[in-house]
Design a binder for this molecule. Structure first.
Ligand SMILES: [Zn+2]
Ligand SMILES: [Zn+2]
Length: 404
């Protein structure tokens, strides 16, 4: 039996006769009501005062059969009015409905109830898997696909688009590659990709916020294909303004270099605790700090498993790399404090002082004598390093020194 085509829905805005888009009122969703699609964010906001009356009738109906409860009505521009934000970024609701993945694409074990059961076994938590040649080939394949999907998302990350649009692109690109977007419902994460602008450290939820010239944006993509996960992320400059902002360039390029420096150490016998030492050393040189709450991780048929890879110095991670192990390094670097705070959505992690932060991530395979970067950039990958704006060239130094 077919469901009603979204194209036939009418906007629920009282003063609007347009067709509905995919935006749904979150309160209606929560109350289990139907037909609450709107044509646009603006229309939803404009009609909020009248639309919310619908919730009242439903909740008073419910209160007759259930214990009376206060039903909150989130302001689309400020869903958590009592939350003290650390910076200027705000969520922009409503989120679009959960996207579907066809049954024909193999799903990871958490897709339905949100719980990664296989990661919670003894094996997932403590054993470090050594992959055989066939499994390594599986990792190679999914990581190549993940790179393709990240590049598609990155090419679309320009001023004027919403992060939800990037989520839609990532979702579709995954399905085209017979892949499940790993973040979707992982621990109940609601979307197919993490999008983290400006002061968001990681795990940002794609929403209706429009990217503006001057933003920086991390896009973190993971695919599940052929029984394996491939995970990578990069931070991109949105528009030319961001590339001309020395502070943004400092934090983004430092994060990029920190990952590159750490990867240089990877080979059999290298200690998992040592990556943090080179990362923090480089970050400090650039007057940046290293986020401590989130770590790199083992990755294979499990999205997250042993080993744990902290990015800060003097950490106590146990063990050494062995040929055939796959793990990620994904340093998060901040302009100000390393301390973080999480939004009431239970995902979005932001810097405590609201200053900018950047991250880069690769999935790595330890080889006989070194490392293979499974998610390596391709010759035509968008993004890449940019020079420090207004960088002082050597001759300037001489001029200054010669002043008399
Ligand atoms: Zn990761
Ligand atoms: Zn990732």
């Amino acid at each position: 039996m077919a469901t009603e085509s979204p194209a036939k829905r009418k906007c629920a805005g009282g003063d609007c006769d347009k067709d509905a888009g995919t935006l749904q009122c979150p309160t209606c969703l929560k109350l289990g009501m139907k037909e609450s699609y709107f044509c646009s964010q603006d229309c939803f906001k404009r009609n909020w005062a009248t639309h919310k009356a619908v919730h009242k009738s439903q909740s008073s109906f419910l209160s007759n059969i259930l214990t009376p409860k206060v039903v909150s009505e989130p302001d689309p521009d400020n869903p958590w009015p009592n939350f003290s934000y650390t910076g200027t970024l705000r969520p922009k609701y409503p989120l679009t409905p959960r996207r579907d993945v066809p049954k024909s694409i193999p799903h990871p074990d958490y897709w339905r109830d949100g719980i990664p059961h296989s990661e919670q076994t003894f094996k997932g938590r403590t054993r470090i898997d050594i992959l055989d040649k066939k499994q390594q080939e599986g990792m190679r394949k999914v990581c190549r696909l993940a790179r393709e999907v990240l590049d598609i998302a990155a090419a679309a990350a320009v001023p004027g688009v919403t992060t939800d649009y990037i989520d839609e692109l990532v979702h579709k690109a995954c399905l085209e590659r017979d892949s499940y977007p790993s973040p979707l419902n992982y621990g109940h994460f609601p979307k197919s990709v993490c999008t983290s602008p400006n002061e968001v450290i990681c795990h940002g939820i794609p929403d209706q916020r429009v990217l503006v010239d001057g933003d920086i944006l991390n896009i973190d993509v993971t695919l599940y294909h052929g029984g394996f996960h491939g995970d990578l992320n990069e931070t991109y400059y949105i528009g030319d303004k961001a590339k001309a902002d020395p502070e943004s360039v400092r934090v983004v390029e430092t994060a990029r270099e920190c990952l590159d420096e750490a990867i240089k150490l990877v080979k059999p016998g290298a200690l998992y605790r040592d990556y943090g030492n080179v990362i923090e050393k480089h970050a400090k040189n650039k007057k940046c700090s290293v986020i401590r709450t989130y770590c790199g991780h083992g990755i294979n048929s499990l999205f997250h498993c042993s080993p744990s890879i902290p990015h800060y110095a003097k950490n106590k991670s146990v063990g050494a790399a062995k040929e055939g192990v796959c793990f990620t390094i994904e340093p998060m670097i901040a302009l100000g404090s390393y301390r973080d705070k999480t939004w009431p959505d239970d995902w979005t992690s932001v810097t405590i002082d609201g200053k900018r932060t950047a991250q880069f991530e690769h999935t790595l395979l330890v080889t006989e004598d070194g490392v293979e970067i499974l998610t390596a950039r391709l010759p035509n990958s968008p993004g890449g390093p940019v020079p420090m704006p207004g960088a002082v060239v050597e001759t300037n130094g001489e001029t200054n020194g010669a002043a008399h």
